[in-house]
Design a binder for this molecule. Structure first.
Ligand code: PHE
Length: 440
């Protein structure tokens, strides 16, 4: 149970509530959602199982584990580079994750003070730009969030948080259901539903498919060796497949509900679905501003969202800290402080992408868009590809069958087939598709 809580805490976060709706809006809705769902179940789930399996077999930090198992299984210790890449990806993701989480923190006070009450789209958009458009405000909240993260990791009190996950995650989900009720009655629910599930594949670009794949990794926290780091603590008696399936289903349900809350509000208020990273901050306050006790529900929602972001942020920095402690001999406190400081500084690239440097655009868009694209859509799928090849082809059949504990029947064969063929081939094809290899 503690393990399910820890992995769910890492998986459920801004990826579900902030990122999923906005990238769905940017990539046209329905078809994107379907590709995302296929990636989650056919690629993300088997990789999550592989990561836990590898982590539990190695029982060290991801870098050491991959090196050790690589050597043991007849390959070589260079597999540890997968762990290094994961640590690097975690570092980059946390740098922008913390900035967005900071926005969520700032919204707690706004909601509580009634800034959204009775507001319309223009007024609420103004609140958003007043925070994100002023670099020092955004930076201050980013700093606060990084401090909160480093403190917990430095003192190694994650265990305490796991207990809180048990109460606060269901609370967040309940609040989403309340919002769903609001969207159902006062929005354009049918239009929102239609947008999310009516698929027009002809409009889906190769790049959108890669974004869907990248997001399936991002939201499940896989491809980055974070789940592997947790796997090291998993007791031998726990079922890996059962645990992974539970987490994947919970994570997916939260994302879909978040989408079904947000798009009806978008259409009811004449907003654009492709508004970008500000989407939830421009839509949800409309719901809070126009429902009974909205100031209370709004503040509570952003408290819970910030908490969900916090538990995910810990999963992003933990592999790096574990590595620095085990391999470099630093104390936990020093490791967390040093790594946190670097992440914090790098976070300014994202802070400034929404104000002073908003005009700087290249490749994928703003500086933030490029950082996110590199980490989420290139590093995570690449990490996932190597992990699935490792679990399916390098680790021998006996070892994985032994670790998975589901016998060698249908379930095991399904996992092995997905891991050896579907996941690696899928990732490679999607990469090729994105760079235009299959373009007419
Ligand atoms: N899965 C988290 C989210 O959806 C983000 C995350 C990615 C956390 C990778 C840890 C590792 O918000």
């Amino acid at each position: 149970m503690a393990f399910i809580l820890a992995v769910s805490g890492s998986a459920i976060g801004l990826g579900n509530i902030w990122k999923f709706p906005y990238i769905t809006g940017q990539n046209g809705g329905g078809a994107f959602v379907i590709v995302y769902l296929c990636c989650v179940f056919l690629i993300g789930l088997p990789i999550m199982i592989s990561e836990i399996l590898i982590g539990r077999r190695g029982r060290r930090n991801p870098v050491t584990t991959m090196g050790l198992l690589g050597e043991e299984e007849g390959g070589h210790k260079y597999w540890q580079l997968v762990g290094v890449m994961g640590i690097f990806a975690g570092f980059i993701i946390l740098s922008f994750y913390s900035v967005i989480a900071g926005w969520s923190l700032s919204y707690i006070l706004r909601a509580a003070s009634g800034a959204f009450t009775g507001g319309d789209a223009t007024q609420i958009g103004g609140v958003f730009t007043a925070i994100t458009g002023v670099w020092w405000r955004s930076a201050a909240w980013h700093t606060l969030f990084m401090l909160m993260t480093v403190l917990v990791v430095a003192r190694g009190v994650q265990r305490g948080l796991e207990q809180a996950v048990r109460i606060l995650m269901p609370a967040l989900f309940l609040l989403l259901i309340v919002l769903l009720g609001y969207s159902a009655v006062s929005g354009q629910f049918a239009a929102g539903f239609d947008y999310m599930f009516r698929a027009d594949f002809s409009a889906l670009s190769g790049n959108s498919v890669l974004i869907a794949l990248g997001h399936s990794f991002f939201t499940l926290s896989v491809g980055i060796c974070a789940v592997m780091a947790y796997g090291a603590y998993l007791p031998q008696s726990t079922s890996i497949t059962g645990t992974a399936s539970t987490v994947v289903i919970a994570d997916t349900v939260v994302s879909l509900v978040a989408g079904l809350v947000i798009f009806p509000i978008v259409f009811a208020n004449g907003l654009a679905p492709d508004a970008g990273p500000g989407l939830i901050f421009r839509t949800l306050p409309l719901a809070f501003g126009n429902m009974p006790a909205g100031a209370f529900f709004g503040a509570l929602f952003f408290i819970l969202l910030s908490f969900a972001a916090w538990t995910s942020a810990i999963g992003l920095i933990e592999p790096a800290v574990a590595w620095a402690v085990e391999r470099r001999g630093l104390t936990r406190a020093t490791a967390a402080a040093v790594i946190g400081l670097f992440v914090w500084a790098f976070g300014f690239a994202t802070v400034l992408s929404f104000n002073e440097l908003a005009h700087v655009r290249f490749l994928r868009g703003t500086i933030f868009d490029n950082i996110d694209y590199l980490a989420s859509n290139i590093l995570l799928p690449l990490g996932g590809l190597l992990i699935t090849i490792f679990a399916g082809w390098v680790i021998c059949r006996n070892a994985s069958a032994d670790e998975l504990d589901v016998g060698t029947g249908l379930l095991y064969r399904a996992w092995r087939f997905l891991t050896r063929y579907v996941a690696p081939v899928g990732v490679i094809l999607i990469f090729l598709h994105a760079i235009g290899v299959f373009a007419p």
